[in-house]
Design a protein around this ligand. Structure first.
Ligand code: HEM
Length: 463
């Protein structure tokens, strides 16, 4: 009898599961959709996606091809692993395609953040952003600040055992922060950093606004940051002192053609802090990891930087020409970004029914432009899983039409040069001052984000 009840219970469970899966398929069915599965109601295939990451993607690709449908992170989504289609999507924003970042992220970064805008509003904010972080701004203003900061941040590490992940996180936040509000940075850091951490957690949370949730905390964090920034803006407007930082450039540069409202300024500053944070800190950490594991690359990199030091006095800072001479460093940074796949892909949303690659992309669906796979394409990158910075000496690789490390089209990363400069100068002071050994067993997670689960510990000694 007990066996019969068990068999009946099991069959019922199977039936319910089957019915739920089928119902979810039918619910999202449209004529002409790409093949694929939609998983469970509400959750879709999010668990498989987060748990198995790249393997889930590869399995789905093996079953359904380069373009397949799924339901991940709360939305019906079409995943594209087709390099040609990915390129088309990135280059054709506006024609029924807009950024598709999660609601929680847009709420945390503000309605004027660049990722929430398209068309002429996007162009305006992007123009203003480029005037703050693009190459002329780096050359005239930011380079000396980054230099001063890195040189002192990397002092006195000799003999220390450090978590380089924690250090690169702190370094990245502080260096951007000082570029934005230099003179107040020491005074407001302690108040602002915990609020920024809350905001970060909020960007990838479920949008449930009740006390205790990450979303709620994130919104509280944002409110506090807004308050602090507004107060500084008020003080600056009432002061005749000229500060050479981004905030004064936005507030007081009368020649600038990008005048922004206070709300836009606040969102712009939060975006700069946010967008360059994880990308730059993770790439810096992974460069240390790969260089440690590849002594030949480290030796060549160190030679490049020692040569710069030899032609300068002990206290001289890195100038624009030094930066331009760091060609192997540039290769190390690109190879690190590729091999670690710091960015797995970008999100878009359809604003109309579209037809691409012979499939229908329904209005309102997300498109996951998954660029990770192309980083390991053996035709583009022979022996794709080995760390080979020399491959980037061939300049055509960086300009290759399927190189999406920094995105592409009208949303190509505006902070690319700034990010590379920050990492280059960090590497400069690190490899000319120190040698290092990894300590213990450090586990690096590669998906959904690159992260050293329990830190990446290294023992540092004087070079
Ligand atoms: C190694 C460092 C970096 C990597 C790998 C990286 C990667 C990317 C990628 C792939 C995109 C495209 C996103 C999309 O198409 O939706 C992007 C956009 C963006 N990045 Fe970066 N990024 C880096 C550093 C920075 C820095 C330092 C900043 C600081 C200003 C920054 C600011 C932005 C902004 C504001 C956008 C949005 C552009 C737009 O929507 O027009 N990034 N980045």
């Amino acid at each position: 009898m007990a066996v019969l009840v068990l068999v009946f219970g099991f069959s019922l469970l199977m039936f319910v599961c089957f019915a739920l899966l089928k119902w979810n398929e039918i619910r999202f069915h449209r004529k002409g959709l790409p093949p694929g599965t939609m998983g469970w109601p509400v959750f879709g295939e999010t668990t498989e996606f987060l748990k198995f990451g790249p393997d889930f993607m590869k399995n789905q690709k093996a079953r359904y091809g380069n373009v397949f449908k799924s339901h991940i992170l709360g939305c019906p989504t079409i995943v594209s692993m087709d390099p040609e289609l990915n390129r088309f999507i990135l280059l054709n924003e506006g024609k029924g395609l807009v950024p598709g970042y999660p609601q929680s992220m847009l709420e945390m970064l503000g309605k004027f953040n660049i990722g929430a805008l398209h068309g002429s509003a996007h162009k305006h904010i992007r123009g203003s952003l480029l005037s703050l972080v693009g190459p002329p701004a780096i050359k005239d203003q930011l380079l000396s600040k980054i230099n001063k900061f890195m040189s002192s941040f990397l002092l006195d590490w000799d003999g220390e055992t450090i978590d380089i992940q924690e250090k690169t996180n702190k370094m990245t936040f502080l260096t951007s922060f000082k570029q934005i509000v230099e003179s107040e940075s020491d005074r407001i850091y302690e108040a602002l950093k915990p609020e920024f951490d809350k905001l970060l957690l909020g960007t990838f949370s479920l949008p449930i606004n009740i006390p205790g949730t990450n979303y709620y905390q994130g919104l509280q964090g944002r409110k506090e940051i807004e308050k602090i920034l507004r107060q500084i803006m008020e003080e600056r407007r009432g002061s005749i002192t000229h500060n050479k930082d981004m905030l004064d450039q936005i507030l007081k540069d009368e020649k600038s053609k990008f005048s922004l409202t206070d709300e836009e300024i606040i969102d712009q500053m939060i975006t700069i802090l946010f967008a360059g944070y994880e990308t730059v800190s993770t790439t810096s950490m992974m460069a240390i990891k790969y260089l440690h594991d590849n002594p030949k690359a480290l030796q060549e990199l160190r030679e490049e930087h020692l040569a710069i030091r030899r032609r300068k006095g002990a206290e001289d800072h890195i100038d624009w020409d030094d930066l331009k001479s760091m060609s192997f460093t540039h290769c190390v940074i690109l190879e690190t970004s590729r091999l670690a796949s710091v960015v797995n892909g970008v999100l878009r949303k359809t604003t109309a029914n579209l037809e691409m690659n012979g499939f229908v992309f329904p209005k309102g669906w997300k498109i996951y432009v998954y660029t990770r796979e192309i980083n390991y394409d053996p035709f583009l990158y022979p022996q794709p899983f080995s760390f080979d910075p020399w491959r980037w000496l061939d300049k055509s690789l960086e300009n290759h039409k399927y190189c999406f490390i920094f995105g592409g089209g009208s949303r190509l990363c505006p902070g690319k040069e700034l990010g590379i400069v920050q990492i280059s100068i960090f590497l400069h002071y690190f490899v000319t001052r120190y040698r290092w050994e990894e300590v213990g067993k450090n586990e690096i997670l590669k998906f959904p984000r690159v992260e050293a689960r329990n830190g990446l510990y290294i023992k540092v000694s004087k070079y």
